[in-house]
Design a protein around this ligand. Sequence first.
Ligand code: OAD
Length: 232
Amino acid sequence: MKKELVVFTGAGISAESGIKTFRDSNGLWEEYDISEVATPEAWNKNYKLVLDFYNKRRKQVLEASPNAAHKALVKLEEKYKVTIVTQNIDDLHERAGSKNVLHLHGEIIKARSSVDPTLIYPIQGWEIKPGQKCEKGSQLRPHVVWFGEEVPEMPKAFKIVEKVDILIVIGTSLNVFPAASLIYYTRPSTPIFLIDPNAGNLEQLPVLKIIRKKASEGLNELVELLMNEHAD
Ligand code: OAD
């Protein structure tokens, strides 16, 4: 029986692929106002601006490639049963080869109906254009979670983390809830590794080991350690 390992990722793991994070200096939320581009109210006020914001994000994602950190996580599957729970809307984990990826905040490469969330479509090219409609006649929107919306995959993520043997957290400021609360759902003895060059202390988590390095460098070390660990 393989040990179960969850990797909880944020924007920092894709930074070395050239995709901007949100809250670092020069991050996306310095350039854009969340309330103008990433909320249901923004969509109702000016949906073209919202489409344009996510079209730009999609173009960047399509032009980017998985980096060494995404690839290192694939190696862990040789020894562990790995689930990636990501806040990222890019598909770099999948393109690196990870088999089991749960997207908490949606997927930029897909569109969905703005009246029926079960109608999800692949996108041809990099744009959702104004006037492109679902089969029920409503404008297509990006298949992402906006601020103020529910996170439908959260209950599934909590369930996975509750029974995990090892948790690795990479490149997230742990600022956005409910996603950030995942790290408190492990069993008390489960080891947690956090890789982030600017990690805070999170002293309330005694099981936590912090690796203050970039994702690729930090994972290089951690994957080696975990691959050499004796299985119980
Ligand atoms: P943030 O931008 O809030 O945090 C990015 C984290 O990555 C920071 O802690 C950085 O220190 C770290 N970082 C930067 N470069 C790194 C590198 N090379 N290697 C490792 N870590 C690095 O991004 P998230 O925490 O992912 O949600 O943001 C969470 C959510 O806020 C996103 O999913 C998105 C955003 O608004 C929605 O849009 C709903």
